[in-house]
Structures are given as structure tokens and as C-alpha cells.
Design a protein around this ligand. Structure first.
Ligand SMILES: CC(C)(COP(=O)(O)OP(=O)(O)OC[C@H]1O[C@@H](n2cnc3c(N)ncnc32)[C@H](O)[C@@H]1OP(=O)(O)O)[C@@H](O)C(=O)NCCC(=O)NCCS
Length: 122
């Protein structure tokens, strides 16, 4: 899988149970997926269509680094399906643990917000 971005859990990211707020992690996944989809489409104009089941397997605490990895699963005519993983980095031994995973679909769009073929020139 390809590393897309790294985030750090800050005090302002914490929810009511001393863990990273789930909505913040969703936003990090959405942003990372959008970056990967834009790279695949060679176009900034991609939009989130779908997020599959999201599994929050492990809590994330303040100061922990979260690395977001992605893999292209399918490239369609106008859409890209990605598999995304958020992993907690252990800075002592360089290991990583998956804290959250999901699949997402992004669609390339034209200036009017309609789907645009990925292989069509900008
Ligand atoms: C994304 C958007 C432009 C797509 O428009 P649409 O009229 O639904 O487009 P289409 O039906 O032609 O589908 C576009 C692509 O999505 C795919 N798609 C549609 N529904 C899907 C689904 N349920 N699961 C997976 N892929 C799907 C289609 O197969 C097609 O891909 P392909 O060309 O590679 O085969 C439109 O749905 C939209 O603007 N949604 C809001 C997006 C948004 O605001 N996101 C931010 C978060 S709120």
C-alpha cells in the first residue's frame, strides 16, 4: 500500500472518551482518499461518492501519529475505488497497527459537477 499522509492526534481532536473523535478520522480518510484519487485521475476535480463500512478497531490517543495508506482497487470510466487504512505508528520500534479501514469511491467531475471520464483530457 502507498503512504498518502501522516496526521498527529492533537488535544483538540479528542472526543468525549479521551480518544480521537471518529469524525475527525473520517475527515482524514476522506482527504487522503481524495489526494490519491486526484493523483490517479491527474485532476484535482474529484469528489467523494461513497464510503463503505468503517471499522474503528483501536482507539487513538493524543500525540499518536496516524499514517494513512491507500491502494487502488478499481478504476472505472469516471470513478476510482480505493481501500484505505489508518495505522498508528509506534515510533520506538517502527511497527504499525491498523486502527481503522474502509473502502471509498471518488468520481472525477467536470466544471458543472457532472461525472467526467478519467481518460478524458482536462
Ligand atoms: C458524484 C456525482 C457527481 C455522481 O453523479 P451521478 O449522476 O450519481 O453519476 P453516475 O450515476 O454516472 O455514476 C458515476 C460513477 O459512480 C459510480 N457509482 C454510482 N453509484 C455507485 C455506488 N453506489 N457504488 C459505487 N460506485 C457507484 C458509477 O458506477 C460511475 O462510475 P464509472 O463511470 O466508473 O462506472 C453525484 O452523485 C454527486 O455530486 N454527489 C455528491 C458528492 C459530494 O458532494 N460529495 C462530498 C461529500 S458530501
Amino acid at each position: 500500500m502507498e503512504l498518502i499522509s501522516t496526521k498527529i492526534c492533537k488535544t483538540g481532536d479528542i472526543g468525549v472518551n479521551d480518544n480521537l473523535f471518529g469524525g475527525t478520522l473520517l475527515s482524514w480518510l476522506d482527504e487522503a482518499g481524495g489526494i490519491m484519487a486526484a493523483n490517479v485521475c491527474r485532476d484535482h476535480n474529484v469528489i467523494t461518492l461513497k464510503m463503505d463500512e468503517v471499522l474503528f478497531k483501536q482507539p487513538v490517543k493524543v500525540k499518536e501519529q496516524i499514517r494513512i495508506y491507500g491502494k487502488v482497487e478499481r478504476i472505472g470510466r469516471t470513478s476510482v475505488q480505493l481501500y484505505l487504512e489508518a495505522r498508528r505508528a509506534n515510533l520506538q520500534d517502527t511497527s504499525e497497527v491498523v486502527v481503522c479501514s474502509t473502502k471509498m469511491v471518488f468520481v472525477r467531475i467536470d466544471s458543472e459537477g457532472n461525472p467526467k471520464a478519467i481518460d478524458e483530457k482536462s
